[in-house]
Design a protein. Structure first.
Length: 115
């Protein structure tokens, strides 16, 4: 699980959801918004009831994605700071291997740097 200082607050979540740029991959959509310079990036994960009908499954998916974000963020994306990012899950990612999830998240985060 990501530390609290790296997760989005409710107010920031609403701001990113309304005004953020959208990117898509096979299993995720991502909305991102640039923070003022000097601040560290913040992340959130959204899993709808359509994707996972039970709270247990939604929380399992969130933990899985947060862990992938944590590993990806610390390994390769230290230079890209100041982003507010929401990852939304399109389908049940519990059937996808963890390295594939990490790779999709890494590719989406790298797309932010290209724009």
């Amino acid at each position: 699980m990501l530390p609290k200082k790296k997760r989005l607050t409710t107010a920031l979540f609403d701001q990113v959801f309304k005004t953020g740029r959208v990117q898509h991959s096979r299993s995720f959509w991502m909305r991102s918004f640039l923070l003022p310079t000097g601040l560290s990036s913040r992340f959130a994960v959204a899993v709808s009831k359509k994707v996972a009908p039970t709270a247990v499954l939604r929380n399992k998916i969130k933990r899985l994605v947060y862990k992938a974000i944590e590993i990806t963020d610390t390994q390769t994306l230290a230079d890209q700071s100041g982003q507010m990012v929401i990852f939304g899950v399109k389908n049940d990612v519990t059937k996808v291997s963890f390295p594939e999830i990490g790779e999709e998240i890494k590719n989406l985060l790298l797309k932010i740097g290209q724009k």
